[in-house]
Design a protein around this ligand. Structure first.
Ligand code: ATP
Length: 294
């Protein structure tokens, strides 16, 4: 019986969390997939959002004690700034996002948002401050319209429609026989990776958090989907602090700053043009991707 109760209890917990915070739905599923490793400190306070400044200070981290993934990473994103993190596969880019969400705590160093150490605030308030467009978005067995509304359960129909438009999801929806009432998810229409990301972008637009994190899908999208997503991203990034984890470089050209990560270390940082001029790792990565497209 205990074996039966435990999973049910856990599912009940998850269900309550999901109901209580629909806006953080992606996070819950990430949590399910990787199991929570961190808990709130006793008496942890709420994150007080002011401007959306992110700072990684000398952060080191490994998933296991044997293998360190990040080595003394320093990275600051100013309010309203768009920073892109690039680097070879396995360099630790997505790991930075997992630490920002506090799926794990750093082994050394600390991460702050608006000067507050994220390990000292409740995870609920932390995740409320950040909107994520993850690599793979979870869709519920519901209409595409309601799937967007998960971003902000209290949002009006009009705001949901506006988010759909800003996320460039409307043309796709119009092409469906039942439009926004089309059922999606496991038991409904299966969406492509790019379409799912646009649902996720629409959810984030609706949530309007001060900090946006976009973990670009690794799988390559067709160029039409990519352009639509880039356009949507530009819209939502306006006036928000945004951190883009770029597995392809086409997403980063217009970033205020590009940070290059290699084997868990920041090795370069600058604008696209500045980094090309300095002819280092970024320039080499750029040439490699340009050649791959030819
Ligand atoms: P990509 O561009 O291929 O997505 P990335 O730069 O985002 O790569 P990460 O996903 O941060 O890289 O992974 C960095 C390293 O950490 C990789 O070597 C990966 O194998 C390892 N890693 C990632 N997640 C885990 C995990 N849950 N447990 C153990 N090791 C992990």
């Amino acid at each position: 019986m205990i074996q039966l109760f435990l999973p049910l209890g856990f599912l009940g917990f998850v269900f309550r969390e999901i109901k209580g915070s629909m806006a953080n739905i992606e996070n819950m599923f990430e949590l399910l997939a990787i199991k929570p490793k961190v808990v709130d400190r006793p008496g942890a306070g709420q994150l007080v959002q002011t401007r959306g400044a992110i700072r990684f200070q000398d952060v080191s981290f490994g998933y296991t004690a044997e293998r360190q993934i990040l080595h003394g990473v320093d990275l600051a994103v100013s309010p309203g700034e768009k920073v892109a993190v690039v680097g070879p596969s396995g360099s630790g880019k997505s790991t930075l996002v997992k630490l920002l969400f506090r799926f794990y705590d750093p082994d050394a160093g600390c991460i702050t948002i608006d000067g507050q150490d994220i390990s000292r605030v409740t995870q609920g308030s932390l995740r409320q401050a950040i909107g994520i467009v993850p690599q793979d978005t979870v869709l519920f067995n519901d209409t595409i319209f309601e799937n967007v509304r998960y971003g902000a359960p209290d949002a009006s129909d009009e705001s949901v429609r506006e988010a759909i438009r800003l996320a460039h999801l409307d043309a796709f929806i119009d092409s469906l026989p039942a439009g926004a009432d089309t059922l999606v998810g496991e038991r409904g229409l299966k969406l492509s990776g790019g379409e799912k990301q646009r649902v996720s972008i629409a959810r984030t637009i609706l949530k309007r958090p001060p900090i946006m994190v976009f973990d670009e899908a690794t799988s390559s999208l067709d160029s039409h989907s990519e352009q639509a997503i880039l356009g949507a991203l530009r819209e939502i990034a306006q006036g928000h602090t945004s951190l883009v984890i770029a597995h392809r470089l086409s997403t980063v050209v217009d970033a205020d700053r590009i940070v290059v990560l290699e084997q868990g270390r920041v090795i370069e940082s600058g604008t696209h043009d500045g980094l090309l001029a300095s002819d280092g790792s970024y320039a080499a990565l750029w040439r490699k991707q340009q050649n791959a497209q030819d």
